[in-house]
Design a protein around this ligand. Sequence first.
Ligand SMILES: NC(=O)c1ccc[n+]([C@@H]2O[C@H](COP(=O)([O-])OP(=O)(O)OC[C@H]3O[C@@H](n4cnc5c(N)ncnc54)[C@H](O)[C@@H]3O)[C@@H](O)[C@H]2O)c1
Length: 313
Amino acid sequence: MSGNIKTVGVAGSGLIGSGWAARCLAHGYDVIAQDPNPAAEAALRATIERVRPLLAKAYGESAKKPGALRFTTDLAALAEADFIQECAPEREDLKIELFGSLSEATGKDTIISSSTSRFVPSLLQTKCRFPERFLVGHPFHPVYLMPLVEVVAGPDTTSSIVDATMDFYRAIGMQPLLLKREIEGFIGNRLQAALWKEAVHCFATGVAGTKEVDDALVHSIGMRWAFMGTFMTYHLAGGPTGMRGFVKHFPKAIADAAVGTSPEELGARLIEECERQAGSRTMAEIEEKRDALLADLLLVFKRHGVGAGQTSL
Ligand SMILES: NC(=O)c1ccc[n+]([C@@H]2O[C@H](COP(=O)([O-])OP(=O)(O)OC[C@H]3O[C@@H](n4cnc5c(N)ncnc54)[C@H](O)[C@@H]3O)[C@@H](O)[C@H]2O)c1
């Protein structure tokens, strides 16, 4: 259990709300799941039942004493929750109104976090009473298995609320990532959007079919991305001197990316930050770990008969 949080409220029990409910229950939290549509209850309970054995496997001990679930169509029932995760449809007007109502229905210490995929807190909090307890916690589908939650504070969110939220997300087995400032779409969806644009371009201009574009990902860069992001990948691509070598050997890649700054300044910042990110690990150690992970991943994919596991090893 994290701090004073014992009961979690979920506002909107569709795809994402059900995912939050399943994750919180599996970590021993009681959940009050709300949805104006009474039919949402059956789908919510079906999801929780379906994933229960999987979560017991994934989370072990913590999933052995699941919390209790209550479903309601009444928003006011969420007043009993210590932490509310909002998961209503992605409509600006609807969310602004909902946060107004939620903040009226709850005490000023109840943390309210939005699952929005795009909207920034300063917009969503427009009608929120006590906006200092309001922020964004953007998850990834399926929430009960994907660890990342992007945390975005609004202009009024207090640091103690941010800390309590980060602690709570850690307590339910997540990897909270605090953005330094608000930005629409946050990080994950901005990266996905850039990739989507290029993937559709390759398809629409006849370079390849959708399967081939997907294959280009799952048989190569997608495998590495499971444990190594873009910056460490390019750090390794730079040879023995890492990003320093990359900046030297691929000046066009730096020049094309330098928006609002000079290539020299961007290159210097990238070198400094990537060297800090690599820490005390030598290039050889990073490479060795990469190769061991890729070999293990190939075996997992082979066991499931998917992606890169379909080639003969
Ligand atoms: N689908 C994804 O992959 C994904 C990933 C991350 C975040 N999100 C975000 O999560 C939120 C929910 O998305 P979803 O995919 O679960 O949508 P969904 O349509 O599956 O579920 C939304 C639920 O909200 C209910 N609802 C409607 N009006 C409501 C209200 N006024 N108050 C409370 N509930 C209301 C609906 O009845 C429905 O059950 C959105 O903000 C979305 O952007 C979605």
